[in-house]
Design a protein around this ligand. Structure first.
Ligand SMILES: [Zn+2]
Ligand SMILES: [Zn+2]
Length: 737
């Protein structure tokens, strides 16, 4: 085996050849300038460090470095080296290549044609050289990759053994590939016809007239209960919901008292609620059964023999199922499982509620619950017992819930707008007395604040954080006070409950007091400052605002008014002090001469958005849903993987393509939509009648204004990400009407 690692960037680059059999690492550096920064000893040190980090043995390897001034000369050198190696070692050899531009490398280094080659996925970050000192960085990275390549190759061999697939036949995304292979074998064993295709549209035989009408979009359910949660809340990550739903589908079925195909009946009338789905669901039932058996086998491999590949397939089952890049992708199968997942999800939430937990937010990947406990220790104990109880239920056998964060206090508006006092995890595990400001982080994640003028954003964040912190600190002091005064007298539980209620009343009273004395004064001062500040500037800064959000529905005139609306909307999340906040709001609005119930004083979430589900990183296979307008990590920069040690940029063309598909599908559904009677709300059945049989007039199910505002969101995304084709298509749709 030999490994060829290379990274290139605009006339600069490094080729590294690693020959494990002859214990040599040979680096060829291409640098148009004269500075030579890499030396064999430097590489040796980097290699040793990399081996240590991986925990593998560091062999005695000879290092060689050559310099060339052009890519051409560099690749010729590589070619020569490989031919030489081939003469010295005529036995069987396999090449392992990690390189950003595989085709270019293969055509430049023809000697590679003599070897069977396998490719390691390449991280795009490796090719981002800085202007100075790039050689050291490239050298270090290449040594890390060299050291890791042996391990990668050995893993690949055991994968090939497990999957019974020849080593060189794996595609770049081995998970999708292996799942496809397994599924097609299982289908063939059951004498079923395969519907393999490359474009994500199942090849079911026959020809389609015009566009195929697959509704590939599924709506991810998300439950949000906005409010202020001033007891400890816990955020749980959900694992294996898809696998669990697949395996427990027949139990869900029995509970429902009907065959599984009937899931399609109670589909919500979303954009996909078409009538063909019933048939699709029934048709793919046999495939569903095959998939279920396949996953059962994977589970027994993963559980009984601890096979890592089977485990990975289980973890990525849902991604495989919904990715149009898997060759056996079938939207109907995806819909079927998605429906079972929805049922299991609903059952799980019901179970949580039955056990007394208060759900704050839930979607397929995470749940936030209010534990109702004041201190962290009892919250953790409560959470543990909750999870244990849930695990005993057969229907959730394979679901795993992992506590991610504990919040002492949480102000929650929706998934993208929340703030809270978060307990630091490492301290929570140790003696969790949860005191001291060092153990907490004040998290502030308010997307709506992005739409405020820059000058007022800091005020917003500060006020909201204080609104969380001040009552929490007070409560902590009170608890401490009580425990000292009552240390000797051990009390019965009922008294503790009483005390807890007392405490809550006390805290609310304190907060009320703070609102009328502290927050109101501070806000009045801030608002009059803003008024002064913007009087001189005229409307210049508000013009900048309107540029960001060209949606005409949202009123963006006055910085002070916007600030008041935003801050009061957030503070009023606390039901206990809502009246006080509303009174304060009324007073603040007087300053800007707006009436309390005037339409321009009503708060609207400024951001219409679109969530692109199931985006997969090509390097680390992380899967997430991208909220294209509200996720702050996606704004104004290249979209990239969120895993900290990865950061691989997403494939631009694939992203644009996915968005195009959604746009085209939404447009199609808009044109094919039903007409509904205004009076009796029945769908129009007759073709030519102008009026409903009840005498009412018809209107479209989806209003054109709704449709167009959705399209405008796509236009914004296209413009900000410079997706030209998408921009053209959406602009055309917008102009036609
Ligand atoms: Zn990644
Ligand atoms: Zn009617």
């Amino acid at each position: 085996m030999d490994s060829l690692i290379s990274s290139l960037s605009e006339g600069r680059g490094v080729y590294v050849m690693y020959f494990p059999t002859s214990f040599r690492i040979h680096a060829v550096v291409v640098n148009p300038f004269r500075n030579k920064e890499l030396s064999p000893s430097f590489l040796e040190k980097q290699y040793r460090d990399a081996c240590q980090a991986l925990g593998s043995l560091h062999e005695n390897i000879t290092f060689l470095v050559d310099y060339h001034t052009s890519i051409d000369a560099g690749s010729k050198h590589v070619q020569r080296m490989l031919l030489e190696y081939r003469q010295q070692h005529p036995g069987p050899v396999i090449g392992v290549i990690e390189c950003p531009k595989l085709q270019a490398l293969k055509s430049a280094v023809r000697a590679l044609d003599d070897f069977p080659c396998v490719t390691i996925p390449c991280n795009a970050r490796d090719n981002n050289y800085q202007a100075l000192g790039w050689q050291a960085t490239a050298g270090r990275t290449s040594m890390q990759r060299c050291a890791a390549s042996t391990q990668w190759f050995n893993e690949r061999i055991s994968l090939a053994r497990y999957a019974h697939v020849p080593l060189g036949n794996f595609e770049l995304d081995w998970l999708l590939f292996t799942a496809d292979v397994f599924f097609s074998r299982a289908l063939r064993d059951q004498q079923q016809v395969l519907w393999i295709s490359d474009d994500g549209i199942p090849d079911l035989g026959g020809t389609y007239e015009g566009d195929t009408c697959f509704a590939d979009e599924v709506i991810q359910p998300a439950l949000t209960y906005p409010g202020a949660y001033r007891r400890v809340a816990v955020e749980l990550k959900i694992h294996h919901l898809a696998v669990n739903s697949l395996l427990k589908s027949s139990q869900v079925d029995e509970m429902e008292g009907g065959p599984i195909g009937s899931f399609a009946n109670d589909m919500p009338a979303g954009p996909n609620g078409t009538e063909t789905e019933f048939d699709d669901a029934t048709l793919c039932l046999p495939a569903f059964q095959v998939l279920k058996q396949l996953i059962q086998r994977c589970i027994s491999d993963a559980v009984s023999s601890g096979n890592v590949f089977a485990d990975a397939i289980l973890q990525h089952l849902y991604r495989w199922l919904c990715s149009p890049r898997s060759k056996l992708h079938d939207p109907a199968l995806h819909h079927l499982l998605h429906n079972v997942m929805k049922k299991v999800f609903a059952l799980m939430l019901a179970e949580f509620r039955k056990l007394g937990a208060n759900v704050i937010f839930a979607n397929f990947s995470k749940i936030i619950i209010d534990t109702g406990k004041v201190d962290l220790l009892s919250a953790r104990a409560y959470c543990d017992s909750l999870l244990k109880t849930l695990q005993t239920r057969d229907i959730f056998e394979w679901v795993e819930l992992e506590p991610l964060h504990y919040w002492h206090s949480l102000l929650f508006m929706d998934q993208y707008n929340y703030g809270g006092i978060q307990a630091k995890m490492q301290n929570a595990t140790s003696e969790g007395s949860s005191d001291g400001d060092n153990d907490i982080d004040i998290v502030s994640s308010w997307n709506i604040a992005e739409y405020l003028p820059k000058a007022t954003q800091d005020h917003f964040v500060l006020i909201v954080s204080e609104f969380l912190y001040v009552p929490w600190k007070y409560m902590k002091e009170q608890v401490a006070l009580r425990s000292t005064t009552r240390d000797e007298t051990s009390c019965t539980p009922s008294i503790t409950i009483m005390a807890a209620e007392n405490l809550e009343v006390q805290v609310i009273g304190y907060l009320r007091d703070q609102i009328s004395n502290y927050f109101a004064d501070k806000l009045l001062r801030i608002v009059s400052d803003i008024l002064h500040h913007f009087k001189g500037k005229g409307k210049s800064e508000s013009v900048e605002l309107t540029n960001r959000e060209p949606d005409p529905h949202t009123h963006k005139g006055d910085a002070a008014l916007e600030f008041i609306k935003h801050i009061c909307a957030v503070l009023a999340l606390d039901q206990n002090v809502q009246h006080d906040i509303l009174r304060m709001r009324k007073n603040l609005l007087k300053l800007v001469r707006v009436k309390e119930f005037a339409p321009e004083a009503q708060f609207q979430d400024p951001c219409a958005s679109f969530t692109l589900p199931n985006v997969i990183c090509s390097y680390c296979n992380d899967c997430r849903d991208l909220d294209l307008c509200r996720d702050s990590t996606l704004q104004g920069q290249e979209w990239r993987c969120a895993v900290p040690q990865c950061g691989q940029p997403y494939h631009r063309e694939q992203m644009e393509n996915a968005l195009l598909q959604v746009v085209r599908q939404r447009e199609r559904l808009y044109h094919l939509q039903d007409l509904v009677c205004l009076r009796c709300r029945q769908v129009k059945a007759a073709h030519l009648s102008e009026q409903c049989s009840c005498g009412g007039a018809f209107r479209c199910k989806e209003e054109s204004s709704q449709f167009l505002s959705k399209m405008r969101v796509f236009l914004n995304v296209a413009v900000s990400q410079k997706f030209e084709l998408l921009q053209d298509v959406v602009q055309w749709i917008l102009e036609v009407r």
